[in-house]
Design a protein around this ligand. Structure first.
Ligand SMILES: *Cc1c(COP(=O)(O)O)cnc(C)c1O
Length: 401
């Protein structure tokens, strides 16, 4: 470890709450799909801040909008009408069937808003005594107390668990049918599980969930915080399965690194909120929404959604070819668009060594759900970088496996 990194490590330990066990890297600068560390070493960023930096680091046009808007208006609170917010809402809503949006600042908050509107819609609009939200095993919905209860992980020591949540095994429609009670308000799921190992639903499973929900008057809610905003090769992950959820949520890549989240609902379910029902100080301020609008404009102009589909398909084909060539070291290649999981056939410990070695050789990605390498590169990444990575992965797997 270099002296510069050692210094960062010590300062972090003395200043920060112990929540993150960080990668052995201190990052100082980014441009496009490249990052540079404290020792001046260059990396290809295949993680993009965990699916946040969709357009690449320090995008010139985004920097320009940020600078201009920061001189015009940054924040006045949601007590006022703001054109930036409305322009963005209009553009954002045009990417799906949703009729209304509530802006917030993160994925967890967008899911909180979804849970709240589901309960209030059932209580106030439908007159039903229904509040429970059912989620699927290995899901991830956030770290607030309610979204933790929805997730069902990372809860140790935070008891008592927030009531009102239930979970069923992923893929099991019978279990879902049995779990639905008169008190069930909604089912919340990821069309493509991110933290759970890059697992897309199947068409049959997706249709089954919707069918069960519709028969019982239960809302269908999709968490698009990771898979959304074009990454899956469609604007929204659920669009790959022709779903029209009553409610869906977004955050990570909406403003290319600035905190911006959204809960979107059909006009019907949006009736669940009334003036005063829900609020947030920062949500959808002029600066973040001006940036959000520019993100959508660039994505459209540069056809980044279609590009994600194409590059993702080709990347998975290359990983599958590599799996065949190596015979047994790669257990599975999964995902949609530029949300890619490469499950290794080895112990978690060995997979960690593969991951660390790749980082030493200049590729930043992460490990999720045991031995699964997860790639969430910027949607603007050069295909040559993905090709070169496949070559490096082959070398490392031959050395370590
Ligand atoms: C990251 C993530 C969240 C939580 O988002 P935060 O902004 O960290 O609160 C929720 N759901 C999914 C699917 C995510 O990937």
């Amino acid at each position: 470890m270099s002296e510069a990194l050692e210094r960062l490590k010590e300062r972090e330990k003395s200043l920060m709450c112990r929540t993150y066990s960080r990668y052995p890297l201190g990052i100082v600068r980014g441009k496009g799909s490249r990052l540079w560390d404290v020792d001046g070493r260059e990396y290809v960023d295949l993680l993009a801040g965990i699916a946040v930096i969709g357009l690449g680091h320090c995008h010139e046009e985004i920097a320009q909008v940020m600078a201009e808007q920061s001189r015009k208006l940054v924040h006045v609170s949601n007590l006022f009408y703001q054109e930036e917010q409305l322009d963005y809402a209009e553009k954002l809503l045009s990417t799906s069937h949703a009729g209304k949006v509530f802006f917030c600042n993160s994925g967890a908050e967008s899911n909180e808003a979804a849970i709240k509107i589901a309960r209030r819609y059932q209580h106030v609009v439908k007159g039903r005594d229904a509040w429970e939200v059912i989620t699927l095993s290995n899901c991830f919905h956030g770290r607030t107390l309610a979204t933790l209860a929805a997730t069902g992980k990372h809860t140790e020591g935070f008891e008592p668990e927030t009531p009102g949540f239930g979970r069923v095994p992923w893929g099991d429609l019978d279990a879902l049918e049995k779990a639905i009670k008169p008190t069930t308000a909604a089912v919340l799921f990821e069309a493509i599980q991110g933290e759970g190992g890059i697992i897309p639903v199947t068409q049959e499973y997706a249709d089954g969930i919707v069918d069960i929900c519709r028969r019982h008057g239960v809302l269908v809610m999709c968490d698009e915080v990771q898979a959304g905003m074009g990454r899956s090769g469609k604007w929204w992950g659920f669009q790959n399965f022709n779903l029209k959820p009553d409610v869906f949520t977004s955050a990570k890549s909406m403003a290319n690194g600035l905190p911006l989240g959204a809960m979107m609902a059909t006009d019907e379910v949006a009736q669940g909120f009334d003036y005063g029902s829900h609020a947030t100080t920062f949500g959808g301020g002029a600066l973040v929404t001006a940036v959000g609008l520019k993100v959508l404009e660039i994505m459209e102009r540069d056809h980044l959604v279609e590009r994600a589909a194409l590059l993702g398909d080709r990347a998975r084909a290359r990983f599958r070819a590599l799996a065949e060539k190596l015979g047994g070291v790669i257990r599975d290649v999964r995902g949609m668009g530029l949300l890619i999981g490469v499950e290794l056939d080895m112990s978690d410990e060995k997979a960690r060594k593969v991951w660390l070695t790749l980082m030493e050789r200049g590729y930043i990605l992460n490990l999720t759900y045991g031995p699964t390498l997860r790639l969430l590169p910027p949607l603007t990444i050069d295909e040559a970088d993905l090709e070169a990575f496949t070559g490096e992965l082959e070398k490392v797997l031959r050395e370590i496996a």
